[in-house]
Design a protein around this ligand. Structure first.
Ligand SMILES: NC(=O)c1ccc[n+]([C@@H]2O[C@H](COP(=O)([O-])OP(=O)(O)OC[C@H]3O[C@@H](n4cnc5c(N)ncnc54)[C@H](O)[C@@H]3O)[C@@H](O)[C@H]2O)c1
Length: 433
């Protein structure tokens, strides 16, 4: 394997937020390593990649190409504004049945949330009191750094990864004077600029400062700003984000290439869904929904490009709606109506109805993102990890250098496979498998 440090010792996975997604993820990993459940949907656990060509070709699991952390070496920790342990939170979330939680109940009960770095202005619908008392954003950072250090020491971890699976914060547009450089960001943290420094930025900064990769699973702008890219560069740590690509957007990024590849036209795509979990409750607040909307809308325009094909994609009406509807809890139902046109402009319609389970789709992504970010750190890769775009709704890219987001699921898969090949010392290629 090419210059990748081995995955020796324990990997501490610190999940921000102890809600539906994070407890489904933790429970699944703990059950899988007891042999009581299968980690379905996880590429690192199931997928095989072709390496070599012609007579020399072989299909290998990721762990046979690169040194990945074994599930048995993972230790979980978390932060949340509510004090309930991971067992209580998993029961509250009602994603998994009791019979799928109870065999690991004792382990989950040991996972007790540390006090959250929280600001109610960023998620008005939450009112837990397991919250840090910090005079400034900078103090928040220092307390989080202390949490990471003591977790690492107490649990004998060799490495840490921090992943955000907490509620979506209100929309924080990129504000150049604060987010443009690391020096400006640090200054604003010290001056307690609460308008431009979201709590999530404190987690990200603390993780990077402690030598841990940071992954943003919600659509928050947190690490999608030049100041954090600079921090990642300075600390030589990987960052990834943003927003787990689970249900409707997964379908979109897999389906839109069908239209684009065949040079069919599109006049509109209307996506709506109902969900009733706490995520849905937070997103019911317009300022929080705005963050999600920006993320969800970005997918189509990079797959069906108006400037490249103005006749076909010059006038797409793209709309995304999320409706909070408690009876469905975590079982989100998504509807997509796609208006396309063909030969001589004749219109057609496609309807997709996805009755999904949000956290069941998200959990394997958390596992892969954590294992692959840890791998990237050991391989000396730092900054934005574009090869992880595959897992993300609104993949980060350095727009100051004219980079474009890659949203096409199949292009993203090629990027993922090639990064694994390269880290394993094999040649990257795009040959059809
Ligand atoms: N499930 C999916 O398919 C999916 C897909 C993409 C993104 N996401 C995102 O993942 C996140 C988690 O979703 P969920 O369904 O588990 O939500 P959830 O409401 O069940 O859990 C989120 C938890 O985060 C906690 N929290 C909020 N702010 C915090 C802070 N500053 N520090 C620590 N904890 C904090 C909340 O108290 C809550 O317990 C959401 O942002 C959601 O938008 C989910």
């Amino acid at each position: 394997m090419a210059n990748v440090k081995p995955a020796e010792g324990k990997l501490g996975i610190l999940v921000v937020g102890c809600g539906a997604v994070s407890t489904t993820f933790m429970t699944g990993v703990l059950m899988a390593r007891k042999g009581l459940a299968k980690p379905v949907g996880s590429m690192t656990q199931y997928d095989k990649i072709r390496v070599g060509k012609g007579e020399n070709k072989k299909y290998l699991a990721y762990g046979d190409i690169v040194p990945l952390t074994n599930l048995n070496d993972i230790v979980f920790g978390t932060w949340d504004v509510y004090p309930q342990n991971a067992y209580q939170a998993a029961m509250y979330a009602e994603v998994l049945k009791e019979k799928d939680i109870n065999p690991v109940r004792e382990e989950l009960e040991q996972i007790v949330p540390m006090k959250a770095a929280f600001d109610k202005n960023y998620a008005k619908r939450l009112d837990g009191d397991n919250v840090k008392d910090a005079a400034t954003r900078w103090e928040m950072v220092e307390q989080l750094r202390e949490d990471i250090r003591s977790f690492k020491e107490k649990n004998g971890c060799a490495r840490i990864v921090v992943i955000w699976a907490a509620s979506t914060e209100i929309y924080v547009p990129v504000y150049e004077p604060v987010h443009g450089t690391l020096a400006a960001l640090e200054k604003a943290m010290k001056e307690d600029d609460r308008e431009h420094i979201a709590p999530s930025m404190c987690y990200a900064y603390a993780a990077l400062a402690e030598g841990a990769p940071f992954i943003m699973g919600a659509p928050n702008t947190t690490v999608d700003i030049p100041a954090m890219w600079e921090m990642a560069e300075k600390t030589k740590m990987p960052i990834a984000g943003k927003d787990f690509k689970t249900g409707q957007t997964l379908v979109k990024s897999g389906f839109a290439p069908i239209i684009g590849t065949r040079c069919l036209g599109m006049s509109g795509w209307f996506s709506t869904n109902i969900l009733g979990n706490r995520d849905g409750l937070v997103l019911d607040e317009p300022e929080n929904f705005r963050t999600k909307e920006v993320s969800k809308l970005s997918t189509l325009e990079t797959i069906l490009k108006a400037d490249k094909q103005p006749d076909l994609y010059g006038d797409i009406y793209h709309k995304v709606r999320i409706n909070y509807y408690p009876p469905r809890n975590d079982n989100k139902e998504g509807w997509d109506n796609i208006d396309i046109f063909g030969w001589m402009g004749y219109p057609m319609q496609i309807k997709i109805n996805f009755l999904c389970r949000d956290s069941i789709l998200a959990a394997p992504l958390l596992l892969d993102l954590c294992l692959l970010s840890d791998l990237a750190a050991r391989a000396g890769r730092y900054g934005i990890q574009r090869f992880l775009s595959f897992y993300l709704k609104s993949p980060m890219h350095d727009y100051t250098k004219g980079e474009e987001a890659v949203n096409d699921l199949f292009k993203q898969y090629t990027m993922l496979k090639n990064a694994i090949r390269e880290m394993g010392g094999y040649e990257a290629d795009e040959e059809i498998d």
